[in-house]
Design a protein around this ligand. Structure first.
Ligand code: F6P
Length: 323
């Protein structure tokens, strides 16, 4: 193998740059040239490739976002689009690809490899949502929970000063991992996540009990994909039945996707990037590189993207006990 490509796709995540750097430097170590594909699958179709040299990835390990940009591509969903992408890869003799992204990225990779079996793709899990099988942590999750935690801590200061109840919405369209981690880490009264039904009566009861215990403020963490439709909707319903707190809503939004990756993020993203290249060299394809119990593991794409993740019920219980 003489040439490989690397791209990022789906929602960007802090640590993607650390991973790109590891891919390029590992490839160089094995005398392989790396091409960066700009804007994911769409760039592959549009022939948007850049040669990545050692210095191209200098000083990026600490940067948020992705130097390769990210985009979703409707055209790649068509056989014509995939043919164009394949031809652009062929012209550069690219035999292996490292795809950094989430479920959409790996779904596309599988279809592409079925049509063009001479292309080998390995993947690194890149999404702040932590919603992939085969890894304890996705690239971006650790930074996102720290960013959200810091923001929530700050909101807590002002909530306390004014005896207010805050509903704070964190990201997680389909998954409650960010919500669960930040709820425990900030001592929230309750957490609402997509994986479990939203029980408003129980929530109101918890908040009432807190008031009776003379709590000056309360924080409820709401994952954007929970059953009621997010923090504003939940706040409206709670307002109808609770009158002792002034209620406020805060949506943390895309700030959770940005910022400098944490040390653990850089470390894990680097490990995954090294392994993704070396797996290609060993002839592997169609696998996502993950870290489970601090060991590198390979998981077939179709397993990695199965939406059968469960939130550890012990964590949910902890929120109740500790609030
Ligand atoms: O990166 C994953 C994610 O953060 C989801 O939790 C969220 O719903 C989504 O991205 C929003 O992304 P965008 O605004 O780019 O569509």
């Amino acid at each position: 193998m003489k040439n490989i490509a690397v791209f990022t796709s789906g929602g960007d995540a802090p640590g993607m740059n650390s991973c790109i750097r590891a891919v390029v430097r590992t490839a160089l170590h094995h005398d392989i040239q790396t091409f960066g594909v700009l804007r994911g699958y769409q760039g592959m179709i549009d022939d948007d490739f850049v040669e990545l040299k050692r210095e191209s990835v200098s000083n990026i390990i600490q940067m948020g976002g992705t130097i390769l940009r990210s985009a979703s591509s409707l055209e790649f969903r068509t056989p014509e689009g995939r043919r164009k992408a394949y031809e652009n890869l062929q012209r550069r003799n690219i035999e292996g690809i490292v795809a950094i992204g989430g479920d959409g990225t790996f779904t596309g990779a599988n279809i592409f490899m079925q049509e063009y079996p001479d292309i080998r793709i390995t993947g690194c899990p890149g999404t702040i949502d932590n919603d992939l099988n085969g890894t304890d942590y996705t690239i971006g999750y650790d930074t996102a929970i720290n960013t959200a935690m810091e923001a929530i801590d700050k909101i807590k200061d002002t909530a306390n000063a004014h005896d207010r109840l805050f509903f704070i919405e964190v990201m997680g369209r389909d998954a409650g991992f960010i919500a669960m981690a930040t709820a425990i880490a900030t001592g929230a009264e309750a957490v609402l996540i997509p994986e479990t039904p939203t029980d408003l009566d129980k929530l109101i009861q918890t908040l009432k009990e807190g008031w009776l215990r003379k709590k000056s403020s309360s924080i409820v963490i709401v994952a954007e994909g929970e059953e009621e439709g997010g923090a504003f909707k939940v706040a409206e319903k709670v307002k109808e039945k609770l009158n002792f707190y002034e209620i406020k809503v805060s949506i943390l939004g895309h700030m959770q996707r940005g910022g400098q990756p944490t040390c653990m993020e850089r470390l894990r993203a680097s490990r995954m990037g090294v392994e993704a290249v070396e797996a290609l060299l060993q002839g592997k394809k169609g696998v996502m590189i993950g870290v489970v119990n601090d060991e590198i593991v390979h998981t077939p794409f179709e397993q990695a993207i199965k939406h059968n993740l469960v939130i550890n019920p012990t964590l949910l219980r902890m929120v109740d006990i500790l609030s």
